[in-house]
Design a protein around this ligand. Structure first.
Ligand SMILES: NC(=O)c1ccc[n+]([C@@H]2O[C@H](COP(=O)([O-])OP(=O)(O)OC[C@H]3O[C@@H](n4cnc5c(N)ncnc54)[C@H](O)[C@@H]3O)[C@@H](O)[C@H]2O)c1
Length: 239
């Protein structure tokens, strides 16, 4: 397969290693200010572009890929206020894209586990719920995209909550997400239920970026012959 990388930072470089290990070709690398542009990609016979850049760049990059008829997957977080606009644009152009706040298999299983636990715990009002996410200090957005996906899954399954906040709150209908930034942490997410008597804690700890990068490459292989707007649930056969 011919793969283009958009964004050549920590994730782009880790993805490059796995793309090569799996026998694919990197036919273009686009980073901020590079000579190669997204409009050059059709000429490079790209099957799938993999986009990991920054919150401010992702929407325009993805839109440009769709304009050029390039299938694109994105793991960039912090731009989802424009997700619906991208869906409309992609539909109008009959394009193909997949966004995931987290490409690792373990985290996608963790999404399902925490949704199931939220349904179970919603009957036990003696337990409060809090979330914590910890990432490396260069991360630009807070809370993490993964924490937002986790929170949305809990809110959908526990009617006590209407929304999430990223600060201390007394409001009972707000799910609190605490964000911590500590050097070199690839990503740790915890959902904690606390009562006067005890705590129940669910934690996912990424050991490195490899799990995210491998997931992204597996999705690129899978999506190459698909059409439309797809999700990790489609890829993993969850529904
Ligand atoms: N979905 C997941 O599984 C997952 C996993 C890890 C990180 N992330 C997210 O992926 C994104 C990238 O993470 P990272 O750790 O590689 O960040 P990074 O800062 O190391 O790399 C980002 C790269 O994007 C480049 N860039 C910026 N604007 C660009 C543009 N307009 N076009 C092309 N390149 C551009 C930068 O020069 C940089 O090299 C972040 O939003 C992060 O939160 C997602």
């Amino acid at each position: 397969m011919n793969i283009a990388l958009i964004g050549y930072g920590k994730m782009g470089r880790t993805i490059e290693e796995i793309v090569k290990e799996r026998g694919h070709s990197i036919v273009g690398i686009i980073d901020e200010g590079s000579d190669l542009k997204i409009s050059d990609l059709p000429g490079k016979k790209v099957d799938v572009a993999i986009e990991f850049t920054q919150p401010v760049s992702a929407f325009n990059n993805l839109k440009e890929c769709i304009t050029e008829g390039i299938t694109v997957i994105s793991g960039t977080t912090g731009w989802l206020d424009k997700y619906d606009e991208l869906v409309s644009y992609t539909t109008s152009k009959q394009g193909t894209f997949l966004y995931s706040s987290n490409f690792s298999l373990g985290v996608n299983l963790f999404f399902k586990i925490t949704q199931h636990v939220a349904r179970l715990m919603s009957a036990y009002s003696g337990y409060g719920v809090e979330m914590e996410e910890v990432h490396h200090t260069q991360k630009k957005d807070a809370p993490s995209g993964t924490a937002i996906t986790l929170a949305e899954g809990i809110i959908k399954n526990d009617s006590r909550f209407s929304s999430w906040v990223n600060e201390i709150t007394d409001k009972k209908d707000m799910l609190r997400i605490m964000s911590k930034r500590i050097d070199e942490v690839p990503g740790t997410h915890t959902v904690k239920y606390s009562s006067k008597e005890d705590d129940i804690q669910l934690t996912h700890t990424a050991h490195s970026r490899k799990g995210f990068a491998l997931g992204a490459v597996l999705v690129a292989e899978w999506i190459a012959d698909k059409k439309g707007i797809l999700t990790m649930d489609d890829f993993l056969g969850f529904k």
